[in-house]
Design a protein around this ligand. Structure first.
Ligand code: PPS
Length: 295
């Protein structure tokens, strides 16, 4: 029996108050306290299912001046390792893999501010945070939990939507995640991007990333990046659609990683009553902040 199967469908594990995907909880405090940042690191931080993979491919292309051939050098999860990802005994933690990656490293993480490695705050590190409206996040996360064998079984949608509002899902509550990262914009070099804005006008949002990373591209290069990172292109690309990852981890016959890529799929899942309750939850989560989302 492989250890991937041993880690299958385990319950969430509490790490410093945050419910974590069980295999990722292993040694996570070590990562928070001891991961060594480097000058020039670029971090893509998100709550799960908010556009991480999309932004990762955009950043990789920006760093390679829009060179599509270079972007084909490896799968997205190898080019942009996830800091906390690991299958103990089988796949080493992203934090270890990142030690041998040459700078500038691009690092993916879903960690909330409270578990974000301390050293990354103190170096010359650029952070791009991508946020998405919580109704679509919940729907996407539900389908992802169904297909990702390292995650707990999500149960029924009715059960799941309640657990999401309680914050009892992997990486903890959505509200604190997006708010805490939003508040950090005052102190740290953070580009805060919204998934819905990327859908509305990808060129505009990609130009923000280009500028943030200190580059200056022609319209033609931005267009090329736009086309290569469209939902259709990324869904068809085996290097970005996660089909290169073992099906013992992601069983895409249950639900594809590149599922719908739209805003508003929540309308196909929430009942009127669930939507009303969720609106109340959202109002509470957003009280006292100027952060707002489009649904
Ligand atoms: S993960 O597993 O947390 O890193 O997932 P993440 O990449 O953050 O989010 C996955 C959702 O993003 C959608 N996606 C895209 N939408 C539009 N355009 C592009 N290029 C794109 N790439 C990924 C993906 O389909 C997931 O959303 P849903 O709603 O499930 O389709």
């Amino acid at each position: 029996m492989t250890s991937t199967l041993e880690w299958r469908r385990r319950d969430l594990v509490n790490v410093r108050g945050v419910p974590m995907i069980c295999p990722f909880a292993h040694n996570l405090e070590q990562i928070t306290d001891h991961f060594q940042a480097r000058d020039g690191d670029i971090v893509i931080a998100t709550y799960p299912k908010s556009g991480t993979t999309w932004m990762s491919e955009v950043v990789d292309l920006v760093l390679n001046d829009g060179d599509i051939e270079k972007s084909r050098r490896d799968a997205i999860f190898k080019k942009v390792p996830m800091l906390e990802f690991q299958v103990p005994g089988e796949i080493p933690p992203g934090s270890e893999i990142l030690e041998s990656v040459p700078s500038p490293r691009v690092i993916k993480t879903h960690l909330p501010v409270s578990l974000f490695p301390k050293s990354l705050w103190y170096q010359n590190v650029k952070i791009i945070y991508v946020a998405r409206n919580p109704k679509d996040v919940a729907v996407s996360f539900y389908h992802f939990d169904k297909m990702n064998q390292l995650h707990p079984d999500p149960g029924t949608w009715e059960e799941y939507v309640e657990r999401f509002m309680e914050g009892n899902v992997g990486f903890g509550p959505w509200g604190a995640h997006v708010r805490d990262w939003w508040d950090l914009r005052q102190q740290k070099d953070i580009l805060y991007v919204f998934y819905e804005d990327m859908l509305e006008d990808p060129s505009r949002e990609i130009r923000k990333v280009v500028k943030f990373l200190g580059k200056d591209f022609s319209e033609e290069v931005v267009d090329k990046i736009c086309q290569h990172t469209s939902f259709k292109a990324m869904k068809e690309n085996s290097l970005t659609n996660y089909t290169a990852l073992s099906s013992t981890i992601m069983d895409q016959s249950i639900s594809p990683f590149m599922r719908k890529g739209i805003c508003g799929d929540w309308k196909n899942h929430f009942t009127v009553a669930q939507s009303e309750r969720f609106d109340e939850f959202y109002q509470k989560e957003m009280s006292g902040t100027d952060l707002t989302f489009r649904f």
